[in-house]
Design a protein around this ligand. Structure first.
Ligand code: GLU
Length: 442
């Protein structure tokens, strides 16, 4: 059975890019009947908070993405210490004593000489006396992983065959001088211990993957299958701006974006499959294929999302929204009457006020409305009433077209545009209709 993980750091709220990766992981698992775990990469104790950890879970639930297990890296230090000892014993970790400034200086000199800024492995040459002198100064070592300087290859689910030359990379620091592990080792150790079979993450991790493959091997573990998803850009191809995709999921939610509009878009954006509105994740799983994702960056256009959101609402069934609408007395007939006019669900509330009042009728010609009121057919107001009524008003007053319909719409809804009047009329009801028509303009 395949097992994937979504591994955000709880150092902020999830954004559209995170949502996309979470969704792609989830869909990949669901498609194969596998599972996805949620791994909170909270090794950065200063920046990680419980509030963000909870917010991430809340946002994923909103999207409908569940996880089979929740793991926190902050609970796993014993496993990381064990891996540290294993790698050290295998001669793959070496202590380094350079300060940040010394490393900066080395890099600048290399760049000035047009050399790639790769760590020179000077620490491997330290004599015992030099090490003792650093220790006596109170310096604590950081630990680097000694890369095998050979070509690292893998078959990427998105990028196809990838090759990275180990000699082109610095030996990565796995443990900081304060003893805390940086991202690489915990990530690999967790992927091993939790039995992760497929690692799907952003393209910004391609070079990390080359390092990780060697760490997996050094720890004697199977290397998972990798897939690197290109990042999202703004509609113009530039980085996502604050107003665009760097909006948090909670901001989007507050702004009325439906989870399934976002899921429908993100499951296809950047792939060769068309974006189509789907009302459930189950429907998305069927056509999902990670190999259809392109190697090029995908453009995220908030206007496209807003559009999809409206379209989704326009075809949403009453059963899907009835628990979320919370408008006392509103039923299916109301929903069907107004859904075609919504860009977000909360707009339904405005139409509910139009239906039930209080609202302010717009009265331009009070006499015309009084004549119209007199023609309102007797009996139950149904979806047929509007037609019968306006036909009668037309015969009586001679008004037709816009001159007939607009004054009635303005008086009954207070607005020049909106849902079809034949559907609204029964909802507004006889009493309100007559009251609105007979209101005299000031
Ligand atoms: N916490 C890392 C990130 O958010 C996880 C990357 C990974 O999937 O390994 O970039």
């Amino acid at each position: 059975m395949i097992k994937l993980r979504f591994a955000p750091s709880p150092t902020g709220y999830l954004h559209v890019g995170n949502a996309r990766l979470a969704l792609i992981n989830w869909l990949s698992a669901a498609k194969e009947g596998g599972e996805m775990i949620l791994r909170l990469d909270d090794t950065d104790a200063e920046r990680s908070t419980e509030e963000y950890a909870l917010a991430i879970q809340e946002d994923l639930k909103w999207l409908g993405l569940d996880w089979s297990d929740l793991k926190k890296q902050s609970d796993r230090s014993a496993a990381y210490t064990a891996a540290f000892e294993t790698l050290k014993a295998a001669g793959r970790l070496y202590p380094c004593y350079e300060t940040g400034e010394e490393l900066d200086y080395k890099r600048k000199r290399q760049l000035a000489r047009k050399l790639p800024p790769i760590y020179d492995r000077a620490a491997l040459e330290l004599t015992e006396d030099e090490v003792a002198a650093f220790e006596a100064e109170g310096r604590k070592p950081h630990w680097r992983f000694k890369l095998d300087q050979l070509v690292i290859r893998w078959e990427d689910m998105v990028r196809g065959p990838v090759e990275v030359d180990g000699a082109s990379m610095s030996d990565p620091v796995l443990i900081r001088s304060d003893g805390r592990p940086l991202y690489h080792m915990p990530s690999v150790v967790d992927d091993i211990d939790f039995g992760i079979t497929h690692v799907i993450r952003g393209e910004d991790h391609v070079s990390n993957t080359a390092l990780h493959i060697q760490i997996f091997e050094a720890l004697g573990a199977n290397v998972p299958i990798f897939g690197h998803i290109p990042l999202l850009t703004g509609p113009d191809g530039g980085p996502l701006s604050k107003r665009e995709g760097s909006q948090s999921l909670r901001e989007m939610r507050e702004n009325g974006i439906e989870a399934m509009a976002l899921n429908s878009l993100l499951a296809r954006l950047g792939s060769s499959d068309n974006v189509e509105i789907r009302h459930s994740l189950k429907e998305i799983v069927t056509g999902f294929d990670i190999t259809h994702f392109s190697r090029a960056a995908a453009k995220f256009d908030p206007a496209e999302l807003t559009n999809l959101n409206a379209k989704l609402l326009h075809e949403t069934d009453w059963a899907e929204v009835k628990d979320r609408l919370s408008l006392e007395g509103a039923g299916e007939a109301f929903w069907l009457a107004v859904r075609g006019n919504l860009t977000k669900l909360a707009d339904a509330r405005d139409w509910w006020h139009v239906v039930t009042g209080p609202m302010t009728p717009v009265i331009e010609d009070a006499d015309f409305l009084k004549s119209a009121a007199a023609e309102l057919p007797d009996g139950e107001i149904t979806n047929e009433t509007w037609k019968a009524w306006t036909t009668a008003v037309k015969e009586k007053t001679g008004a037709k077209g816009k001159a007939l319909f607009m004054p009635l719409r303005l008086a009954l809804t207070g607005q020049p545009h909106g849902p079809e009047m034949n559907n609204l009329l029964p909802l507004i009801g006889r009493e309100n209709i007559l009251a609105r028509l007979n209101t005299t303009a000031d």
